[in-house]
Ligand binder design. Structure first.
Ligand SMILES: Nc1ncnc2c1ncn2[C@@H]1O[C@H](COP(=O)(O)OP(=O)(O)O)[C@@H](O)[C@H]1O
Ligand SMILES: [Mg+2]
Length: 299
């Protein structure tokens, strides 16, 4: 068994009398992109701050095989992070902010991060003039400096336009391919859809599910909607053939896979129903997570 890059066990955290994290346990395997998903207030930032010793907590945190505690966290030198708003020196240029942050042996990495995130046009102007998205990118760039083994990004897509989001995604994937492990939070699951391989879903400070993006997508329902010359007959034929139809005016068949179409069409034409159009619909990911959360509430 390969050792986890990050292992969190029984993490509890309270603010005053309010407990916001309840026995959070999960692990991130090396070289994986792990998504931490949950609604606003679910506890994502608090988990990340606890891992980074930015807030106290009880429980065990092990990073790259070494214990990390609130007071003893040497191993955090191997971790890059962006949590909430990046702390920048406004009267320094973006490049000088990066230079200040990079260790002396790692100054040469600065330019490659600037290039990867396309920050060249403004990196030599003062950070105070930056837009939210530009500041966000600078904060992300900092998280990639000093050769981290683990990178923790809290809602990194916040404030980024679609182009910048794609650049960030490409950079994360390239670093993952080079062996870096990622823990990335978002309250918007679809933002992580193209990126995260493993998923930790939290709600009200508890882990609801640890799964993979593939498994989640697999469990999603697909629908095939057909238009025919005789919808009533089509519904009858399909019901008789054992298909599950969604109630409503349309002839809408619920399936688990996309390859049901050929069978549906054959079933209908065999019974002399003429199909004039076929559409695919996917249940969105957001919906399947909501279902998960609802079923959890009923437990
Ligand atoms: N410094 C704080 N003092 C009191 N409550 C806090 C503090 N920080 C976060 N909380 C509470 O902890 C819960 C989790 O917050 P947070 O980790 O920021 O959630 P998320 O990042 O998922 O939106 C929320 O109910 C929030 O109000
Ligand atoms: Mg947060």
């Amino acid at each position: 068994m390969t050792e986890a890059m990050l292992e969190v066990k029984n993490l509890n955290k309270s603010f005053g009398r309010k407990q916001v994290l309840h026995k959070i346990s999960f692990s991130c395997a090396p070289g994986r992109i792990v998504g931490l998903v949950g609604a606003n207030g679910a506890g994502k930032t608090t988990i990340m701050k606890a891992v980074l010793s930015l807030t106290s907590s009880t429980g065990d945190i092990t990073i790259d095989g070494q214990k990390s505690t609130f007071d003893q966290h040497q191993v955090l030198d191997e971790v890059g992070a962006l949590i909430e708003y990046p702390g920048l020196y406004p009267y320094m240029s973006g490049r000088d902010n990066l230079k200040l942050f990079a260790l002396s042996g790692k100054q040469q990495d600065i330019q490659s991060v600037i290039d990867a995130l396309h920050m060249g046009d403004y990196i030599d102007t003062k950070a105070r003039s930056y837009s939210l998205g530009m500041k966000q990118k600078l904060g992300i760039a900092m998280a990639f400096l000093n050769d981290p083994k683990l990178v923790i990004l809290d809602e990194p897509m916040n404030g980024l336009d679609p182009q910048a989001t794609k650049e960030l995604r490409d950079l994360i994937v390239a670093k993952r391919d080079a062996g870096v492990t990622f823990l990335i939070s978002s309250h918007i699951l679809s933002e992580l859809q193209k990126l995260a391989e493993d998923l930790i879903i939290i709600d009200h400070g508890k882990i609801v599910q640890e799964t993979t993006m593939d498994a989640l997508l697999e469990a999603n329902n697909h629908f095939v909607v057909v238009s025919t010359t005789d919808d009533d007959k089509a519904k009858q034929v399909l019901t008789d053939a054992g298909y599950k139809l969604v109630e409503g005016d349309e002839v809408k068949i619920q399936t688990k896979t996309d390859d049901a179409v050929a069978d549906v069409l054959k079933t209908l034409t065999d019974q002399q129903v003429t199909v004039t159009d076929v559409k695919h619909e996917d249940e969105d990911l957001e919906g399947s997570v909501l279902k998960l959360l609802e079923s959890d509430d009923q437990k």
